[in-house]
Design a protein around this ligand. Structure first.
Ligand code: UT7
Length: 319
């Protein structure tokens, strides 16, 4: 028997306010038609002043704990992926820990932008399998609306806020995380970045992206890393029940699935409802598909993401 990190429950949270393309088009020089045709996005959620990365993360974590039937007090590890922390420090994971009423556990943030959840999942999986922890909450949570340049139509229409969480438990058996693969190539820092930071400008900064170039790299990198993660498990694309991808652009999802020979109906798509929520998008999509009954126990899932850095990664999970 092999010790694996088993997904015991999932949860997600969205801000109260939803914003349609038509609402955005009233403020920015864009149109519903352009956004839908180029990205598949129809709607996004935007946090108000009372909602932060930590509050969204804690809501998602509570729902994941409920679904898992596990008490917060039994969690010994929180790994939170975000590029939009509540503060530069302390780690947002420790704020979530306090909100959940956990007095002592390991808690830290991981920064890999849109790939953050895959990085967090892989780190948590290693810590569970090595015996450093037994039960973990892995969270992706973001408030990208706070770092958007609302005068830049090439970026502000693409992103939204939200959080997703999963509870993992170390168990002997066949189910659980089968393999994870992570990559980074810092030569591409300048294609997707924030033009501020505590050690440079002393400001928070705004998101900047060369979208077309990111798109080109995304399709190649995502197909490659999905191939790698499947090869590591001895499985093929034909064995996959569901792809749970990072939700940046419906055209990237289609192109990646085509490259791997995966039928589009096996790809979980939520980009139309949530837009790109960066590190939150994979666990948000995961939770949506568990709760609507598509993802079932025993299914083979592949998760994938690509983002600023560049970073990219994938995971294969027997749910
Ligand atoms: O999550 C991290 C990873 N991020 C991504 O994966 C994003 C990857 N990139 C993309 O999804 C796409 O490249 C975008 C959606 C960002 C852009 O789509 P595109 O088909 O690559 O469009 P483009 O940048 O080539 O722009 C086409 C035209 C331009 O006008 P001209 O120069 O052809 O006259 C833009 O100015 O569309 C114009 N445009 C817009 N028009 C209306 C750009 N943004 C908008 C807009 N509304 N919001």
């Amino acid at each position: 028997m092999t010790l694996r990190s088993v997904v015991k429950g999932t949860g997600s949270a969205l801000p109260k306010r939803s914003v349609s393309n038509a609402e955005l088009a009233a403020q920015v020089d864009t149109s519903d038609e352009w956004i839908v045709e180029r990205t598949g996005i129809r709607n996004r959620y935007i946090a108000d002043d009372s909602e932060t990365t930590a509050t969204l993360a804690a809501d998602a974590a509570r729902k994941a704990l409920d679904a898992a039937g596990i008490a917060a007090a039994d969690i010994d590890l929180i790994v939170l992926a975000t590029a939009t922390p509540d503060q530069t420090f302390p780690a947002t994971a420790t704020k979530v820990q306090a909100m959940l009423g956990i007095d002592d556990c390991i808690a830290f943030d991981v920064a890999a932008v849109c790939t953050g959840f895959l990085y967090a999942l892989s780190v948590a999986d290693s810590m569970l399998r090595s015996g450093n922890a037994k039960r973990a909450i892995v969270i992706g949570a973001e408030t990208f609306s706070r770092i958007l340049d609302w005068e830049d139509r090439t970026t502000c229409v693409l992103f939204g806020d939200g959080a997703g969480a999963i509870v993992l438990q170390a168990e002997e058996g066949e189910a659980g995380i089968l393999s994870t693969k992570l990559h980074a190539d810092g030569r591409h820092n300048g294609l997707l970045y924030v033009d501020g930071g505590p050690s440079t400008t002393g400001t928070v900064g705004k998101l900047r992206m060369k979208g077309r170039e990111v798109f080109r790299h995304a399709v190649v990198n995502l197909a490659d890393v999905l191939g790698e993660v499947l090869a590591a498990t001895g499985l093929t694309a034909a064995d996959v029940d569901w792809v749970v991808p990072h939700q940046a652009n419906a055209r990237i999802l289609d192109a990646t699935a085509r490259k791997l020979g995966l039928p589009p109906e096996k790809v979980i798509v939520t980009v139309d409802r949530h837009a790109n929520t960066s590190a939150a998008s994979v666990p948000l999509a995961f939770d949506v598909a568990v709760r609507d009954g598509r993802i079932k126990r025993g299914d083979l899932l592949v998760l994938e993401a690509m983002g600023g850095g560049f970073t990219w990664g994938a995971a294969a999970i027997r749910y």
